[in-house]
Write a new protein. Structure first.
Length: 142
């Protein structure tokens, strides 16, 4: 990420799943957001640059982001899907994977009752060859 920042000096930086970033990278982002400066020391040599970059990020678990970095963001928490929304999203996603609506509906219902994780729907949908497979996979992997 540091190389990208130095090479491109973006006005906006979009970070997906910031909670999975290494603490070192979180510290670099904190410094960028705090001071507008990005710096790196490697092999006794330091490079630094001034940037006017706004950072936008997503996170599945804000508790995994350092408190000082959290304080630099305006945090918006999204409500979890309702059952109806979950089923609708699952069906649309699985149609992209060429899975018929009936199977998608069964997958959505089974996953809703276990994990409520859309990624599980896609995982099950791509592995299942039949409705019986759906139940087996959900019971085995979730």
């Amino acid at each position: 990420m540091i190389d990208y920042l130095f090479e491109n000096k973006p006005r906006y930086l979009l970070v997906d799943e910031i909670d999975k970033m290494a603490p070192k990278d979180q510290a670099m982002l904190l410094n960028l957001m705090e001071s507008g400066i990005v710096s790196e020391t490697k092999h006794g040599k330091t490079r630094s640059g001034q940037m006017k970059t706004s950072v936008f990020a997503t996170s599945n678990d804000v508790r995994k982001i350092s408190s000082p970095l959290q304080s630099r963001f305006f945090i918006v928490e999204l409500k979890p899907y309702t059952h109806e929304q979950f089923c609708g999203v699952t069906e649309k996603l699985l149609l992209r994977h060429k899975i018929d609506e009936g199977a998608a509906s069964v997958i959505a219902g089974a996953v809703w009752n276990k994990s409520r994780d859309i990624r599980d729907c896609v995982r099950i949908g791509t592995m299942a060859k039949s409705i019986q497979d759906v139940n087996f996979l959900v019971d085995t992997f979730i």
